[in-house]
Design a protein around this ligand. Sequence first.
Ligand code: ARG
Length: 564
Amino acid sequence: MRTEVVKLIKEALKKKGVKLEEDKINSMIEIPPSTELGDYAFPCFFLAKEMKMEPAEIALEVRTKIGNVPEEYFNDVQTHGPYINFFINHKGQVYEALKEILKKRESFGKSNLGQKRTIVIEFSSPNIAKSFGIGHIRSTIIGNSIANLCEFQGYTAKRINYLGDWGAQFGQLIFGYKKFGDSKKFKKNPLAHLQEIYVKINKNKKYLEESKKEFKNLEEGDRENLALWRKFRELSISEFEKIYKMFDIKFDEFTSESGTNNYLEKTLKELKEKKLSRKSQGALVVHLKKYGLGTAIIQKSDGTSIYCLRDIAEAIRRHKKYNFEKMIYEVGQEQTMHFQQVFKILELMGYGWAKNCVHVKHGLYLGKDKKKFSTRKGKTADLNEIIDITEKYAQKEISKRFPELGQKELKERALKVALASIFYGDLKNNRETNIIFDPKSFVSFEGNTGPYILYSYARASSILKKTKTKDKFSVPKKLEDKERDLFKSLTDFPEVALKAFKNYNPSIIANYIYSICKTFNEFYHAHPVIGSDEEPFRLALIESFRQVLRNSCNLLGIKLLEEM
Ligand code: ARG
């Protein structure tokens, strides 16, 4: 409906010689405070300067240019001072719109923009032998949601996990394990023990120096080192898999830094042949100063390979395999320079598709002291801890509300609420902003939180359970303000999903979710449903709300509960 309004305004303005983009018009449209003033309003103040006329006059003239409006959409278009107010044909429009939502169900809001073309999205990509850190949580949650957004627009999304399983840190772990390893501790909690070792080594310059040798040996295929590395790797992967299972997130491919070992030689040769790499103080580099991107190190002086070269090799492999239209890397913003260098080098190598690679960044997760969480300093904040803390708060909140709940049920619900709290607490923020991890506020049942969303859904479900009517719904001639608001916000969903996709920004969905929940709760407070004259209509409205909320939450990877 909104789109119809935008089109009418655009055409009318064009006739007056004013060119405005649809997005711009869309952002200017207001919802009048009461249905007396219509359903949508377009303010004309801002045109006054350009058109050298009074806003009210402009409104009148634009109204004239709009001419007759299609009856199936509109009852009327009137001016009211400087505003042009659009009155929607509720009876017809609302009926059709609700019917559409209820017929399309989980497909409501989808488009076929992508026509099955492939978007590769790399996300999560934790580092082996380290606990699943907070940055990886963000990447996992946001990346998964972006993949969902792509699929919703008709793209084939290929989810790739690129494990950090190679590099200097393994020299440190191998060195440290040989020196401080405790097989009992290791058996009990492998990742925690390795983490402990990692911290110890990183505090000591001499250890760090000696670790380099161990890494070199590993790269050269030393049996003992390889066996240790394999052990660390397997254990880590099985820990990570538990997490993905709990999150219900699946990958199409598990790739890894070590997996690129087979392509490195070839890539090095290619870089040399294309005259891109240079020797510099024993290392191999690509000069990118011309592009404001400094110098990319391809290979260190001791011959050990590094991160950049691997990403180049891996990107080439992925393009061969998937022939993607786009490749998204959901990785923390601290790697901005790295990805700029990788994309530039690919471009210089002659890969035109490099321009279709994007680094979609996220900000940091901060502690309450506003300082960055860091593992290197030994301050561990891993996923399990985060879930534990959040779960405890959730249990408290739930048992306050449902003291009669059994232990098992309480636990199950608390985990679901905790996960929704963490997902929503993250996704409601603009990806690039730093967020403060505050479990207590994440779990609050009030305000813009996961539990508030779950609660709204459960409330809608419980109303539907109570009804006895089986009557088909019809739309009242005149809608109440809150009915109109709710209906209208639901019809915005397809547009919101598209916008979130275009910006790779799940927070657009999260904010939309919050606004429809608020609107639903206001509607519910203002109007009785069960037993009212408009029961069938209001039930249809609530059922549509549930559907749109489900579809939106699916995009974020949030699981709803029928009962809270
Ligand atoms: N494992 C890396 C880290 O934790 C992130 C990998 C990002 N992806 C990439 N293709 N480089 O920092």
